[in-house]
Design a protein around this ligand. Structure first.
Ligand SMILES: [Zn+2]
Length: 431
């Protein structure tokens, strides 16, 4: 791990502060410990020549902004399939899964993503990886994690026949009554999750969680200071989730105008997650639909619905967060596509580049439980920031894959970007 002097001063450069304010030329950003101390003219008490205690970065001709946050990134889905193990998606054994997750999150951080929200995985792998980063065992982004998704019969991630149920290695956890759900909330809370992930049907074709069940989970989770996120593509489930008071809704693509009005009234954000759909469609065009093993036409329809949702949300005043579903499949590679959602917001959702950046920084902070503390460059905020050699406001795609990063600072520490090339070219030994 890189050791850095206690104070970092970034001289010059153009600041995009994440608040939505226009970009501006800046003289100095002073980071002291893990917080931003000052932005503006260089304060007289900073000794730039004290090289032992002060690191100086010259960002002349560069752009400085908050570290990106991916509000939807999985790190412990069970792949690749390893010889001698079962073929189910979650069967990869936890020892291997943990090491893979530990490796993956470093690629995430080195692509300029300093925070991720992890809505579901296998075992309590994500809790372990989060804690290892927190305790300084390794570098990685801030992680805010759920456990296995709470599902009923027929929901997404209930993939085995009923006589098998959801085995311990699954991503889903069957709970067919509100009581069972509450027990699972308590169990996951005991093991240290930050939020509970519920999940309705895979494609939204029918509603599979009752409003009362969602409300029971929300009440128990909130009592224990846990948040609740829900996978909901459907109309009924989105409305029920809104009325039950979940903290955020993932997808919501099939919601009707009336359902969206219920979301607007309840005031929670939506994480559309169009990136996964875009990746499936792109991959299908490249390698052929049969290879992808996913219904590409259906994915296209969902993608178009999400683009419409982006426009509708603006009219209704619904906040949208920026998430990608990185890690949910072998082709959703760590460190490569976390900023693709911003491109989609701009290209198809009617967002200005500055608005997309604000959504992926200041607004996304709530998906990692740090609303008002990260995602903005201002005195007193936690020091998560990135420096780029190209202007993301002129071309939002320069944020993708970390290719234009010159520096990443997370929690006041400079991240060594040297291993990045090697890590980014790593390929999953899948299939
Ligand atoms: Zn997901």
């Amino acid at each position: 791990m890189t050791t850095t002097p206690d104070t970092i001063v970034i001289r010059n450069g153009t600041v995009i502060d994440g608040s939505g304010a226009p970009a501006r030329r800046n003289d100095a950003i002073v980071v002291a410990g893990n917080r931003i101390k000052h932005i503006g003219a260089l304060p007289p008490d900073v000794a730039l020549d004290d090289r032992r205690n002060v690191a100086v970065i010259d960002a002349a001709g560069q752009w400085i902004m908050p570290g990106l946050i991916d509000a939807h990134c999985h790190v412990s889905y069970g792949y690749p399939v390893i010889k001698g193990e079962g073929k189910g998606r979650g069967t990869t054994r936890p020892e291997f899964s943990t090491l893979k997750a530990a490796h993956s999150v470093q690629r995430v951080l080195r692509s300029g993503v300093t925070g991720i929200s992890v809505p579901g995985g296998t075992w309590f792998t994500d809790v372990g990886v989060r804690d290892a980063i927190k305790l300084g065992l390794m570098e990685g982004p801030r992680m805010y994690v759920a456990g296995r998704m709470i599902v009923t019969y027929g929901c997404i991630e209930d993939d085995e026949p009923s006589w098998e149920g959801t085995p311990d290695h699954s991503i889903g956890k069957l709970c067919n009554t509100a009581d069972e759900m509450v027990t699972e909330v308590r169990r996951q809370g005991k093991h240290g999750v930050n939020f509970i992930k519920m999940a309705d049907s895979r494609s939204g074709e029918s509603q599979m969680l009752a409003k009362e069940e969602i409300a029971a989970v929300v009440a128990e989770a909130h009592r224990r200071n846990l948040r609740v996120g829900i996978h909901s593509r459907g109309a009924g489930s989105t409305r029920a989730a809104a009325e039950a008071g979940v903290d955020w809704i993932i997808h919501a693509d099939l919601a009707t105008d009336r359902d969206l009005e219920a979301v607007a009234k309840a005031g929670m954000p939506i994480i559309p997650t169009a990136t996964f759909l875009a990746m499936v469609v792109e991959l299908g065009a490249k390698v052929g639909a049969a290879q992808v093993q996913l219904d590409i036409n259906r994915m296209k329809r969902h993608f178009e619905a999400l683009c419409q949702l982006m426009h509708k949300a603006r009219k209704l005043g619904i906040k949208l967060l920026v998430g990608t579903d990185t890690g949910n499949n072998t082709f959703m590679r760590y460190g490569e596509i976390h900023a693709k959602e911003l491109e989609i917001f701009v290209k198809y959702g009617g967002y200005a580049p500055l608005e997309a950046i604000t959504a992926a920084t200041r607004d996304n902070a709530c998906a990692i439980g740090l609303q008002g503390q990260v995602g903005e460059l201002a005195p007193g905020k936690l020091a998560d920031l990135i420096v780029l050699d190209r202007d993301p406001l002129a071309d939002i795609t320069v944020l993708q894959g970390g290719k234009h990063l010159t520096h990443v600072i997370k929690d006041g520490k400079l991240v060594d970007l040297a291993p990045r090339e090697e890590m980014l070219t790593f390929r999953e030994a899948a299939e």
